[in-house]
Design a protein around this ligand. Structure first.
Ligand code: GLU
Length: 399
């Protein structure tokens, strides 16, 4: 008699794999197989990593910087990150409060593991980035969702937050500029939310991954700068992937109160050790060779802004679609509910019939929308919009 293998763990059985990565992989596989796909799926700049960043990494490799390094990241990089907070936001950060990790995603997970215990509740505004709820669950915590929509600019209000808080609430996740909606909260809006979090003694995970990708003269807010109380409870997550087009490098960071940072380092020491040694030299160049970095970022932002305006205008010309003009990140989040199709069905048919890849809103906890990333070429956006227009024209509208 053969003994059947034991079942997989609770964690393995309960996790939903990342839908953004799944759609991206599918679109890339179709393209590799020679199909003419217009992909709006990936949250990934289509620009190459700037040359000076690549050169610094190559030089580090040649110089043999290929060994284990300090678990929280190398001192020079932690110092450069601390300095960047002083320069960008006037926030005094000690290098010991900085932890560099294998991507912003990993930094978010460390922040959750360092602050949440089994049974704790984590408040997440929907639409949310796909990984927050799964990470909370992996920590044994319970995600509590608060739904926002396009009638309020996809922004959580203090009253909604207040209502969602229970004695078990431990952590509030904030993400401005937002993935997937591109919404950017004003400083006053964030201050009002933080005041509620402070009153209830919550930790705040502020995912500021898209801090530098803002348009229309908007200034991003670093939540930790809102008040000393905010600073004392906020774990700021940021990274190199989006701003410097370094997605594949897997380098992210967090800045936290000293005790939380220390806990994150201890977790990281058991889970992954130091972030990639030679990649860190590229990240250091991104922060220290300021003129070259600023020039690359400026060129990328100009392209994103042009595409944002074009895509927004074109989407709103399609009968049945309405779309807000987001002021940050590189996503638009059009409402497609008038077609009366489930968004998963809409996306599947759009990919099948017209070879246009997008991510359904329900992947982000918001049925009835699509996430379109405009971090792709003008040509693909133009072609993709044409196909989307044709696709929508073939659907029956409910309202
Ligand atoms: N953050 C990017 C996105 O949302 C990359 C994929 C992921 O990690 O979810 O598309």
């Amino acid at each position: 008699m053969t003994i059947p293998p034991r079942s997989l763990s609770t964690w393995a059985r309960n996790i939903s794999p990342s839908p953004t990565l799944a759609v991206d992989a599918k679109a890339k596989a179709m393209i590799a197989a020679g199909q003419d796909v217009c992909s709006f799926a990936a949250g990934e700049p289509d620009f190459d990593t700037p040359e000076h960043i690549k050169e610094a990494c190559i030089a580090a490799l040649r110089a043999g910087k290929t060994k284990y390094g300090p678990t929280p990241g190398m001192d020079s990089l932690r110092t450069a990150i601390a300095d960047s907070y002083a320069t960008n936001y006037g926030l005094k950060v000690l290098p010991a409060q900085v932890v560099v990790s294998a991507g912003g995603k990993y930094s978010c997970y460390l922040a959750i593991l360092a602050t949440c215990s089994p049974g704790d509740e984590v408040i997440i505004a929907a639409p949310y980035w796909v990984s927050y709820p799964e990470m909370a669950k992996l920590a044994g915590a319970i995600p509590r969702f608060v739904l926002t929509d396009d009638t309020n600019g996809f922004k959580l209000t203090p009253a909604q937050l207040e209502q969602a808080i229970t004695p078990q609430t431990r952590l509030l996740v904030l993400n401005s500029p937002s993935n997937p909606t591109g919404a950017v909260y004003t400083r006053a809006e964030l201050a009002a939310l933080v005041a509620v979090a402070v009153r209830h003694n919550l930790y705040i995970l502020s995912d500021e991954m898209y801090e530098h990708l803002v348009y229309d003269g908007v200034t991003p807010t670093c939540v930790a700068t809102l008040s000393p109380e905010a600073e004392a409870r906020t774990i700021t997550v940021a990274g190199f992937s989006k701003t410097y087009s370094m997605t594949g490098w897997r380098l992210g960071m967090l800045v936290a109160p000293a005790a939380v940072a220390k806990a994150c380092v201890e977790l990281q020491s058991q889970m992954s050790s130091n972030p990639n040694s030679f990649a860190q030299y590229g990240a250091l160049a991104a922060l220290t060779e300021k003129d070259q970095t600023a020039a690359s970022l400026k060129a990328m932002l100009a392209a994103f802004d042009r595409r944002r305006k074009y895509l927004h205008a074109e989407l709103n010309r399609i009968p049945g679609i309405t779309c807000l003009l987001a002021q940050g990140a590189f996503y638009l989040f059009p409402n497609i509910s008038s077609f009366g199709l489930k968004d998963t069905e809409f996306c599947a048919r759009l990919l099948e019939q017209e070879k246009v890849a997008s991510v359904p809103g329900s992947a982000f906890g918001a049925e009835g929308y699509l996430r379109l990333s405009y971090a792709t070429s003008d040509e693909i956006i133009r072609k993709g919009v044409e196909r989307l227009t044709r696709f929508c024209a073939g659907l029956k509208r409910q309202s």
